[in-house]
Design a binder for this molecule. Structure first.
Ligand SMILES: *Cc1c(COP(=O)(O)O)cnc(C)c1O
Length: 250
């Protein structure tokens, strides 16, 4: 039996193994697509992980984490910062964690998330972008954001429709204290790989078009797509950021 609050070694080995399995699958998908696996970043989504599991991932040296709720992001970031302070200098423990806000963001939460988030993946309206710009100005920050695009045309999904994305990107480009560095999308929950691939291809085509037509600047380099169930397809279609949770923690 493992007492609460103590590390269960078998559980912790499992996490290391699962991350390794994901990394290997990413490498294989990169080889298929003739891509360099160093161009694909793994963001580890901690929303379903226990404190012990999160600390284990930090101990293993991973330093890009994602949360989809502001409160949870603050809480997890505090936990991780405390852990890093206590274990500074220990082999593998990173100096700093980069937090990704990946979920829908309400305007009244913006000022709370800015001090923590090194990248916000979910900008999908001009009003939200303006709020980020204003709040970042007040806090003396230059916030990095992605434009979330609804490539599946599901009406209940967040994200700007594909047809409106270019115009919104042009508008966001004019705002101060904020840098638009790429696109984010989510494929629908389905076993149909063609449907998933079509969404990722749409996002990549939009990404290429915006860059080609100079609607965005040279800092526009990131394509955030791919989760536990579909990241190999995302890698094949050009993802530079994968957001993976349950494949590691479930
Ligand atoms: C939870 C979440 C993920 C990770 O999903 P898994 O299926 O657990 O890998 C990725 N992106 C967003 C926006 C999420 O909310």
């Amino acid at each position: 039996m493992v007492l609460p609050g103590t590390r269960d070694p078998s559980q912790m080995n499992k996490i290391a193994e699962r991350i390794k399995r994901v990394e290997e699958a990413v490498a294989v998908a990169c080889a298929r697509a003739r891509r360099d696996s160093r161009d694909v970043r793994l963001v580890i989504v901690t929303k379903s992980a226990s404190d012990e599991a999160i600390q284990e991932v930090v101990r293993l040296g991973y330093n890009h984490f994602g949360e989809n709720r502001v409160q949870q992001l603050k809480k997890t970031a505090t936990l991780v910062n405390d852990y890093i302070k206590q274990h500074q200098g220990q082999t593998g423990v990173p100096d700093e964690i980069h937090w990704h806000h990946i979920g829908h963001l309400q305007r009244n939460k913006v000022r709370h998330v800015l001090p923590y988030a090194s990248l916000i993946h979910s900008v999908d309206t001009l009003r939200l972008a303006e709020e980020i710009s204003t709040a970042a100005g007040k806090q003396g920050l230059n916030s990095r954001v992605l434009l979330q695009v609804n490539t599946s045309n599901e009406p209940q999904k967040y994200g700007v429709p594909v047809g409106a994305a270019t115009h919104l990107a042009e508008q966001i480009e004019t705002l101060p204290n904020l840098q638009l560095i790429g696109l984010m999308t989510m494929a629908p929950l389905t076993r149909n790989k063609d449907v998933i691939r079509t969404c990722f291809v749409r996002a990549r085509e939009l990404f290429d078009e915006m860059r080609g037509e100079k609607i965005v600047g040279p800092q526009f380099t990131e394509l955030s797509m791919g989760m536990s169930s579909d990241y190999e397809i995302a890698v094949e279609e050009g993802a530079t950021i994968l957001r993976i949770g349950s494949a590691i923690f479930a």
